[in-house]
Design a protein around this ligand. Structure first.
Ligand code: MF3
Ligand code: CO
Ligand code: CO
Length: 291
């Protein structure tokens, strides 16, 4: 691209006044193929307008997750939670991204106890005192996606083991986020998460992971939550991705329900927890866009 052409990012500015220095830095950045290092492509870079769009989607997504906290109690079924989240998102002019995503039949994911992720809301799944449940909601508005999930303890009280898993999994997400820095590699996130998980005697699910997000629901890079540092895609300012560790109290192996094609459970039946935030890589570190 020539200096005086309009920049590829869509800002409307001339290349030389926009991403020309950025591209030079990216091109010169040394990549070690032995560590599976790779540079991000331009379509993964978001500009101010994109960030504003993602933040607007995130406000509604956060509202839906907050609403779940009010509704979750013993006796409530997960379809009721789904319908409330759906109504909230739609009434704010947005769309629940999970609905019809690759054939997913509901608007949110509800994953109870030994369910790792992608639980399908159902009238048959009633919450019991002491259950731990992950609610994962993604909202898209005007073409921009925000993705986050939280753990909730049904009735507010559970076993010491379950409470510790929920709290430590949140810490694991936070150390992963702290490790997400510009001009460092995505593998640093998984290295930080994996270390803290193991220090607590937990296992990390590696069959599924985080992802780029923003202009689409799922983009590169794949974000592993247990991998060597300094590997994978280079993180640069403007990239948006999720950190969403799935942590098992027992072994890391998971299986997908053969009948519904979605529900992922722990193979050994142990408890699993997950928290998720959408973050933006900035010049100095990162900023949480959805939580
Ligand atoms: N929100 C999930 C994620 O964090 C994806 C759910 S896809 C669905 O990436 F189809 F199961 F909804
Ligand atoms: Co999600
Ligand atoms: Co996600």
């Amino acid at each position: 691209m020539k200096r005086n052409e309009n920049c590829w990012c869509g800002s409307g500015k001339k290349y030389k006044k926009c991403h020309m220095d950025f591209d030079a830095k990216l091109d010169e950045f040394k990549i070690d193929l032995n560590k599976n290092q790779i540079r991000p492509l331009h379509h993964l870079i978001n500009i101010e307008k994109d960030i504003e769009g993602i933040k607007k989607a995130a406000v509604i997504n956060t509202g839906a997750l907050n609403l779940m906290a009010e509704l979750i109690k013993p006796g409530v079924d997960t379809l009721t939670l789904n319908d409330a989240a759906h109504e909230f998102i739609v009434s704010h002019g947005a769309h629940p991204s999970c609905l019809d995503y690759s054939g997913f039949p509901k608007s949110i994911c509800t994953s109870i106890n030994n369910v790792v992720c992608h639980g399908i809301p159902s009238k048959k799944d009633k919450l019991h005192e002491g259950d731990i449940i992950n609610i994962d909601i993604t909202t898209d508005l005007d073409g921009y996606f925000a993705d986050a999930s939280r753990m909730y303890i049904v009735g507010g009280k559970t076993t010491l083991e379950a409470k510790k898993l929920v709290d430590v999994t949140r810490e694991i997400m936070e150390v992963g986020i702290k490790a997400a820095k510009p001009w460092h590699f995505v593998g640093d996130i998984g290295a930080a998460c994996g270390q803290l998980a193991r220090a607590n005697g937990y296992s990390v699910v590696t069959d599924l992971g985080g992802h780029g997000v923003g202009k689409k629901f799922h983009l590169d890079p794949f974000v592993s939550h247990d991998c060597p540092a300094n590997t994978g895609m280079l993180l640069v300012p403007g990239m948006v991705l999720t950190v969403e560790p799935m942590i098992n109290a027992g072994r890391k192996q998971v299986e997908t329900d053969a009948y519904d094609g979605w529900t992922v459970t722990t193979k050994d039946g142990s408890l699993s927890a997950q928290w998720e935030k959408t973050i933006l890589i900035t010049e100095t570190g990162n900023e949480v866009l959805a939580s």
